[in-house]
Design a protein around this ligand. Sequence first.
Ligand SMILES: NC(=O)c1ccc[n+]([C@@H]2O[C@H](COP(=O)([O-])OP(=O)(O)OC[C@H]3O[C@@H](n4cnc5c(N)ncnc54)[C@H](O)[C@@H]3O)[C@@H](O)[C@H]2O)c1
Ligand SMILES: O=P(O)(O)OC[C@@H](O)[C@@H](O)[C@H](O)[C@H](O)CO
Length: 385
Amino acid sequence: MRALHFGAGNIGRGFIGLLLSNSGYKVTFSDVNETLVGHLQERGAYTVRLANETQDEFHVEGVSAILGKQIDVVADAVAEADLVTTAVGVNILKHIAEGIARGIERRIERGAQPLHVIACENAIGGSTQLKEHVYSHLSEAMQQRAEGLIAFPDAAVDRIVPLQHNEDPLEVTVEPFYEWVVDESQMLPGFHRIEGVHYVDHLEPYIERKLFTVNTGHCSAAYLGFIQGYSTIQEAMAHEDIVKQVEQIMNETGALLVKKYGFDSAEHERYIHKILDRFRNPYLTDEVTRVGRSPIRKLSSNDRLVRPAMQAFDLGLHPVYLPKAMAAAFLFRDEADQESMDIQAAVSREGIDKAITRYTSIPQEHPLHASIAAEYEQLKNQVHS
Ligand SMILES: NC(=O)c1ccc[n+]([C@@H]2O[C@H](COP(=O)([O-])OP(=O)(O)OC[C@H]3O[C@@H](n4cnc5c(N)ncnc54)[C@H](O)[C@@H]3O)[C@@H](O)[C@H]2O)c1
Ligand SMILES: O=P(O)(O)OC[C@@H](O)[C@@H](O)[C@H](O)[C@H](O)CO
């Protein structure tokens, strides 16, 4: 069984590649980072280390790699694969779509077996978004032939994998916890199951629970931590005032999730506490700049801050901590992060009110808009210099 995985980065090597390899897939990584691809080609193996007391090690062997810029090579790999997965970032999906489309054409022309394409990104409907990008490169006739042969099941993935600073450029340190949930209702018969994946009939509760708890809490810790001048999540979470606020934010999304999906509230509270412990993992060093990265994406209407806040508001809940997290996102600044610099420039140019509407799509007259603006005015004088 062959798997082609796009993105040999932190989650690609530290989670998806590891589980696929453990399930008997021969993994080929496609990446645009030539150095990384070179190391993988040369060694064909790498180590995953758990961030726990015993630093448990796993060795992933028999892997190969191709350069993602070589569309023809990528298309051939797609044509030969039994499974395609991605962990490149949701905004990069459009850039890998053409290679996948050319590969689908080749495999359909050869009368090949069905194929599953699973995007493992932090986004609602990641695989569905990838399908739209791929289909934009296929003729209508080819799209029709692909239906029933190529499936794009949506997924939720959870494992904290920070930026790596190991001597060995392929080694990756990951937290022990993981969860990978795939929408079985979007799959074709005969799929070679991946060990450790939880297959469900309806993904929405799982992806919203993950994104609105782990990721909402995580970015809130990053943005609130940034304001206080902390550079890692572990540093931020050592301060009780930040922990309390992150917990309040997750309680607000929790109230929404319990109301919307009927989750057991005591169980959800345990889920929140487990996540707070994961953020505090003393064996990890997770930079605020990584967790806060791409604030335009994180402030967009379908992502971890605005979507739960709007849904909560529409269900008659009145979030007050979520607007604070959003206000903090408007203050996040990292010169290496273009999105954060674009937000800073927009706020200076047109003021916070217009910037809130521009990035969150929340109209000026909405009560949440005023709450974010008021929190921003409070927080802006507290940014650590
Ligand atoms: N790191 C985590 O804790 C974590 C956990 C769950 C989900 N995710 C999600 O997984 C995705 C990847 O995150 P990451 O932390 O591994 O990032 P990363 O930057 O470590 O890895 C992304 C990789 O994609 C590669 N890439 C970029 N453009 C490409 C292209 N056109 N073709 C092939 N490869 C390309 C990059 O070179 C890089 O190696 C994101 O969507 C992220 O939200 C991350
Ligand atoms: O990857 P992002 O930028 O969407 O979010 C940053 C982190 O919150 C994220 O990578 C988490 O570590 C991960 O989602 C945990 O499962």
